[in-house]
Each structure stands twice: as C-alpha cells, then as structure tokens.
Design a protein around this ligand. Sequence first.
Ligand code: SF4
Length: 434
Amino acid sequence: MTNQFNGAVAITKYDDSIGALQKGIDLIGGLEDLNPSDNILIKPNIVWSLGGAAPKYGLITTTRLIEDIIILLREKGCRKISIGEGSPVNKELGANTLKGFSWSGIGKIAKKHDVKLVDFNDAQVQIKLGKKHVDVARSAVESDFLINVPVLKTHAMTKVSLGMKNLKGCLSMKSKKKFHMLDLDEMIALLNTKIKPKLTVIDGIYAMEKGPLPSGRAHRMNLLITGRDVFTCDIVGSSVLGIDPATVEHLLKFSGISGKPIETESISVLGERIQDVCGSLEWQSDLESIYHLADMGITVQWPGNRFCTNCVICAGITFSCFCKDNLGVKIPPLEVCFGPDVKAKENSEKVLLIGDCAVRSNRSRKDAIKVEGCPPKIFEAMTTLMDNTLGKRRVKKILATRFLKVLLSKYGLYKERFPTQFPYKKPDFSPKHF
Ligand code: SF4
C-alpha cells in the first residue's frame, strides 16, 4: 500500500476552447493560492530556437494554450505576467531565445496581451544542487507564481520530457552542459527541489514519439494534464505516454530524494481516466535509423546522456541535410562519433570525430578525421562528412543547391522538407494552435 500525498492531477480533453484548461485548473484548485499582485512567470517549452522548417507539433508548447493561460490570469486581475525561456544559443546559426519566441508565435501573443518576454540567458543567479553550483534564471527563482507548461513528449535520453525536465530550460548554457557531463537524471531531480512551480499544465494537444527533435513523430492526443505538484503531473504524463514512471530515472531519483511515492495509484487522478486516454509512444531513437545512415553505409553509435545540446543540434542538422541530399546513395563505410562516451569500433576503417569530446575520447585513433570545437562548427561538420564520402563534383553541386535553398527560404520562397519529417495534415494537425 502506498502513502497518499497531496498531488491531485486532472486530465481533461482539449476541444479547442478555453474550457478544458479552466476545468483542469478548477478540478485541482490550481489558482487558489494566486494573489492578483503576484509576479507570475509562465515557462513554456520552446526547445527549438532555430525556426526554419521544423514542424512545431509535439515539439514546442502550443501558443494557443499559453494565450488561454494569460486570458485566465487576466480575468483574475493579474497584471504582472511574464513568459520566460532559455532556448539553445548557437552563434553560428544565430539561434537564441528571442528567435525562438518569434518563431513559436509566443512573441506575437505576448505583444497582443502586453506580457513581458524574458530571456533566461540574460540574468542568472547561482544556486547549489548537491555539491555543485549552477546558474539559473533569476526570474524563475524570484517569481511568486511559476506556471510550468511543458509538452507531452518522449525523450531519447531521459525517456520523457515533461514538467521536471522542462525546468532545465531555466539554466544557463554552461550549466546545461554541466548537467549532461555530471548525471543528467540526478541533476534534474535536484533542480526540482529548488525550483518549484505552483501550477503545471502539460500540453498534450500534440504528443511527441521518439522525441525530442523535430525528427520525432507527433500524435494528436487532445489532452491537458494539470496539477499543483510537478512530480505527480509527470507521473501521470509518463503513464499517458505509455511509459511506466518507475522506469524513468529522474522521476525515480526525485522519489528517492523527496520520499514521495512514484506509483500512479498514490495520485488522485480527476477528470479522464489514464487507461481511457493513454497511448503507447516509443521513446527510443537512434541516429542511424532516424537519418537512414545505416542504409547509406554510415555507422553512428548512440552517444548517451552526455551528448549535450549543441552537439545534438550539430548532429541533427548535419545528418538531416546529408540524408536529404544523398538518400539512396551508397558510400564507402564510415563511422561518425559524437560525445565523450563513444569509442570508435576497432574494425571501423574510417572514423570521423565531431566535437572536442569525441576527439578527446578517441585520442588513440591517430588516423581519424577530426572536426574540433565545443560546440563543433556545423558547416565544417557537414562539409567534412561530404568531402570524405562523396566525389568533389557532387559536393560542389550539393553546396551550391544548399546555398540557393537557404537564400530562397530566407525570403519565404522555398520551404525545405526533410525525409525524416512526417507529413502532418489537417484537420488533426492545425497551424492555428501556434
Ligand atoms: S563537444 Fe559537444 S558534447 Fe562535448 S561538451 Fe561540447 S557541445 Fe557538449
């Protein structure tokens, strides 16, 4: 028999109206502690700050839900509302949080409702997690009422990326890297002992399978999962995805630290029943199959949890473009390594190491081709991969075409589609949610 604790969670069906959100909040008394004069901070998930052709479904929080939350808060007389995020910064691509706000549609909503936008990367304070110091957004620590609005999605490293994982977005880029290099699951659990949202709404209008990248597959699930306790919300969210919460390492670790039971039966679930709405979404993904690399003759071992954000972006873009430009082409065997934990296979004749971590951990491979840097330059990774697998004329042609595509996309005259992306069609997938 598990102990009961105060962690009621509501599951409500989304019907394109504000009603599902209102009902979910009412069922769990989500705004009972709210004072209209509070400094309110809404933390969505805009993990992708590169914009471009990436489909938004199941990848980022729907703008429509953020707008509904703002409308409810305004009705309660709240004036001091901010939306904060710390999206990945990549100088080579010009990616940053402000671009993420604009691409996601949240920038427009903020303007419409006179809500302040906060780039978490701008102002940080140091906190201690276990024996380590990390930098987190000042506004997240100092807000009176933090509302956490993650997406219902799976994650290749942490199995699920829900409320607790979404708070990793409050860290500086340097501290995010530190999380990966230490113990990602443990650090997420510890972070949640310091940053405590007063309300969590998991956006399950769309859910992502084999996330977190745009190469995952979105499903329309039409659900909102609402609670005052982020941990219980995540247990329910994980169960709704079809993933046993007891197998999710950061949830297990948090259960150990806080003494709160991880069993779904310990939670009072209101509204819909988990068994009536749950799916069976796969979380595991591997780079070789996502990008059809094995078919072409490229070996890539899964880099593990210490494969941090900018190398994930580098791998995603490099392989997406290579796959699009060369699908069906057979190339001489090559192994590509990312991250600090992958050792090139002894029988790999040709090895490409991308990023300082991969270079350092494969020092003994004197014959390896190297793209150094932390983060590694994406353009250099792309061209080195092509130079070592394709003929010179083909490389020139691909580069000229890519240049033209980038130029045309910039002026809205071309929309890139990658073979890794699923075609999302109306009415299930509707751009009006963003
Ligand atoms: S080289 Fe890549 S994996 Fe290593 S710390 Fe830098 S960005 Fe992270």
